[in-house]
Design a protein around this ligand. Structure first.
Ligand code: BG6
Ligand code: MG
Length: 214
């Protein structure tokens, strides 16, 4: 195999912050009287904060000004930050440490391609900042997932062509971003949701590094 780097999503792959994003959005939707459940949330996974809000407001009967939307997004982020304030290394999902150890032993580069502006904080709380050879800064990425930009940013930092990179994602929008970047896509979760991935494992605990890169 010719792969040289593995580029991971954060929320829902390394740690279960995807659930905290859901809880924070749910709080907002409830306040506004907009129906929103785990099924609706699937479309928000991997998607930027403002785009997520737009998707939630699609079901609203009211229209909101850009200022009101900005305030809603800020409030969701405040709620989200409250939920993640106390996370620790115990919140790293099962299997992640083993996968990282295997990749390091085989000298693969490890990158982080998260759409979250809170990614650096989360990774710091988890105590794994130094495990990454490069962490993309979501604030500096022009187009968010499903656009390929964040994955291409990591490949560029590694000075590698996309064909030598594997992307790992739990979101449909994320898998689309990996494929748009021209990389091998590993999905973590439900194959019916992540049908565009080249390979899907139900969880990081089931991640079989040898199946991807021997
Ligand atoms: C992604 C999450 O990683 O980051 C999305 O899957 C989230 O749910 C997005 O909306 C942006 O995160 P943040 O922390 O910048 O609002
Ligand atoms: Mg994710």
């Amino acid at each position: 195999m010719t792969y040289k780097a593995f580029i991971f999503d954060l929320d829902g792959v390394i740690t279960d912050t995807a659930h905290y994003h859901f809880l924070a959005w749910k709080r907002l939707a409830d306040r506004l009287g907009i129906p929103f459940d785990e099924h609706d949330n699937e479309r928000l996974k991997g998607v930027s904060r403002m785009r997520s809000l737009e998707l939630i407001l699609e079901k609203s009967t009211k229209t909101y000004s850009p200022e009101q939307m900005h305030e809603m997004a800020e409030r969701k982020n405040d709620d989200y930050k409250e939920l993640i304030a106390e996370i620790t290394s115990h919140d790293i999902l099962p299997g992640v440490a083993e996968v990282f150890a295997w990749l390091k032993a085989k000298h693969y580069k490890i990158g982080l391609a998260s759409a979250s502006k809170n990614a650096a904080f989360v990774v710091e709380r988890l105590g794994i900042t130094r495990d990454f050879d490069y962490i993309a800064d979501a604030a500096k990425i022009p187009n968010s997932k499903p656009a390929p930009d964040v994955f291409l940013d990591v490949a560029k930092a590694f000075n590698l062509p996309s064909s030598m990179c594997v992307g790992v994602e739990d979101a449909a929008a994320g898998v689309q971003a990996i494929k748009a970047a021209g990389m091998f896509a590993v999905g973590i979760g439900d194959p019916a949701v992540l049908y565009e991935a080249d390979l899907v494992f139900p969880s990081m605990a089931a991640f079989d590094s040898k199946k991807v890169a021997g």
